[in-house]
Ligand binder design. Structure first.
Ligand code: AHG
Ligand code: MN
Ligand code: MN
Length: 342
């Protein structure tokens, strides 16, 4: 029987890889290894809080709103605090940014400052917390540009500059999904051992699919290319696509992306006319970029409809973006409708 590979061993082996080939893809410096270990530890602790549910008093709304004007859930705040407390003292970070905080969180002076920047959506899928449906934590890691004291400007890097990204899904299993730029690996939490164990390497998204994910209740607000694409999916074998489609919408991006990494599919949260000035619902820096990179690393594609998500030059920490991602042939088919519109 082959030995179980823990996340710790996986990361140490990645770090060693660096000694053989300088700048080899996926080779990681010790500080990045430490950072990923700490994020994983925080996710274990969030997983424990999620699992307790009503017994832990973690369900329901907090008495506050975040910077995006959304009512915060107790778990949004708990998860945010867990991630900050776990990461602020280790010396690997210069600063953090989160969906739940308006500005950046600079590592306090009493701790050493490192060279990395960490961004997170501490609790994704908040509307699913109280109904016991899968939720998660999404994270993205960047290198702080050299020079002056850390600032919000340092975070405004395109998605292709990420050095690590991933998510942890709290579902029937707790699974950590990670990329450091050489493919996607999945680690399942072994609760008896208290450690994440490698359960899948080299994750590949099938290029074709017959499954789509979109919030259909917004149909009347969509742009023409989206209306056309979904109408043709619904026509199934009788329409121009010549095949039937299935639909899934979990309303937790982590869970929808996890399904796509596991069996393919296409996920969309496009711009719509409800608030025409808003590019989309999902946030670029800590939702679309990390998920987009994971999907690309697994052979899929991630687009706004008109451009590659990872090529967007951000201008704001909390900026939003239109998202189409998943099986690459299906994303190409969908986005070809935008091109024809143009
Ligand atoms: P969050 O809970 O971090 O605010 O993110 C929720 C996001 C995303 O996870 C999901 O895909 C989408 O919002 C769900 O939107 P609808 O409520 O329109 O279904
Ligand atoms: Mn989210
Ligand atoms: Mn969130």
């Amino acid at each position: 029987m082959s030995p179980k590979i823990s996340l710790t061993r996986y990361l140490i082996e990645k770090q060693r890889g660096r000694q053989d080939v300088a700048d080899a893809p996926g080779a990681i410096p010790p500080q990045l290894r430490l950072l990923l270990e700490v994020v994983a530890r925080a996710c274990k602790s969030i997983s424990l809080a999620v699992t307790k549910g009503a017994l832990g008093g973690v369900l329901g709304a907090a008495d506050s709103e975040n910077v995006q004007g959304e009512i915060q859930k107790k778990l949004d705040i708990i998860a945010n605090e867990v991630l900050i407390e776990a990461n602020e003292w280790g010396g690997h970070l210069a600063a953090m940014a989160s969906e739940e905080m308006e500005g950046i969180y600079v590592v306090p002076n009493r701790y050493p400052q490192g060279e990395y920047l960490l961004m997170f959506d501490p609790l994704d899928g908040s509307s699913n917390i109280d109904v016991n449906v899968s939720i998660g934590t999404i994270f993205s890691v960047l290198l702080k540009p050299e020079g002056a004291a850390v600032s919000e400007q340092d975070f405004l890097q395109a998605g292709h500059q990420q050095v690590a990204a991933g998510y942890c899904i709290y579902g029937p299993q707790t699974t950590l999904v990670l990329t450091v730029g050489d493919g996607v690996a999945m680690f399942t939490l072994d609760r008896e051992q208290g450690s994440f164990i490698l359960t899948q390497e080299n994750v590949q998204i099938p290029p074709d699919t017959q499954e789509f994910a979109i919030n259909m209740s917004n149909m009347r607000h969509w742009a023409p290319p989206v209306k056309r694409y979904i109408a043709e999916c619904l026509e199934g074998a009788d329409g121009p696509r010549g095949k039937n489609f299935n639909m899934r919408w979990i309303a937790s991006m982590v869970a929808d992306v996890h399904r796509i990494l596991t069996r393919g599919g296409v996920f969309m949260y496009p711009w719509d006319q409800r608030e025409p000035g808003k590019p989309g619902k999902l946030r670029l820096m800590y939702e679309a970029n990390p998920m987009g990179w994971l999907v690309e690393q697994a052979g899929g594609a991630a687009s706004t409809g008109t451009e590659r998500i990872l090529d967007i030059q951000p201008t704001q920490l909390h900026q939003r973006v239109s998202v189409v991602l998943g099986s690459r042939n299906e994303v190409a088919h969908m986005t070809s409708y935008y091109e024809r519109e143009a």
